[in-house]
Design a protein around this ligand. Structure first.
Ligand code: HEC
Length: 220
């Protein structure tokens, strides 16, 4: 049985011999978790990072066995590029995230005006309704996983298309907007969903309109 110390030494020697691969692996993993934190899916995207690193290490091990040599920078970069393509291809087979259905609308709040509804549609219906628009990139894993996770969670909290049967957390609506909590910042980062990035005036109009809409505030 190898001791923990010899295992550790072997790992260290192998990392030192393949330091390019080690550095690239770290960059891929930190990158995946970083994008995950910004886009609100750290676990899912971190897993993709781990997948790429594992496939790349397997490719490097195979390459090293054939050539009996430590692997240089170019081979490490090549392995990671190939591993990224292979991993992204493989994860398309995962069924989760492909269901882009919109159940029928059962009943909405009694919006105080068409403008209030329009602002809510622009800023909130992407996750809290049965009128979710699924852009093309929402069909590509791992983005599809993150989008589906947000819509599932959002509909669970409050679904403004099923308001007449279950009001969920709707009475928090005004508060989440006032505190700038909703829409979540990742939804409008990098210029995504510009229609959901409400101006100060639109936020003020929306809050005023929601105060005249029953069920949007704890006091109603
Ligand atoms: C990108 C998807 C997305 C968009 C767009 C979005 N939400 Fe949410 N919302 C969520 C998720 C996910 C949760 C549950 C987790 C959380 O609270 O962050 C949530 C939670 C809520 C809750 C429950 C209370 C709470 O604080 O958790 C309310 C109320 C809410 N959202 C209202 C809104 C309103 C109003 C808008 C538009 C101004 C909006 N949301 C836009 C995804 C979204």
């Amino acid at each position: 049985m190898p001791t923990v110390e010899t295992l550790f030494n072997r790992l260290r020697n192998s990392l030192l011999a393949n330091r390019w691969a080690a550095i690239l692996g770290l960059v891929v993993f930190v990158g995946a978790v970083g994008v995950g934190i910004i886009m609100g899916g750290p676990l899912l995207l971190g897993l993709v990072g781990v997948g790429v690193v594992l496939v790349a290490l397997a490719l490097l091990a195979w390459h090293g066995r054939r050539t009996h040599a430590a692997v240089g920078g170019a081979a490490a970069v090549g392995s990671f590029a190939l591993a990224t393509v292979l991993t992204l291809g493989l994860i398309q087979l995962v069924p989760y995230g492909r269901d882009h259905s919109n159940p029928p609308t059962i009943g909405e709040p009694a919006w105080s005006s068409p403008q209030t509804r329009e602002l809510m549609v622009n800023a909130c219906f992407g996750c809290h309704s049965n009128e979710v628009e699924w852009p093309w990139y929402s069909s590509i894993a791992p983005i599809s996983w993150v989008v589906t996770q947000h819509v599932d969670e959002g509909r669970d909290e409050v679904n403004y298309s099923e308001f007449t049967v279950d009001q969920g957390e709707a009475e928090e609506t005004i508060e989440t907007i006032r505190e700038g909590e909703m829409p979540p910042s990742y939804y409008t980062v990098f210029g995504l969903h510009p229609e959901a990035k409400l101006s100060d005036q639109e936020i003020a109009d929306l809050i005023a309109g929601l105060q005249l809409t029953p069920g949007m505030d704890e006091d109603d």
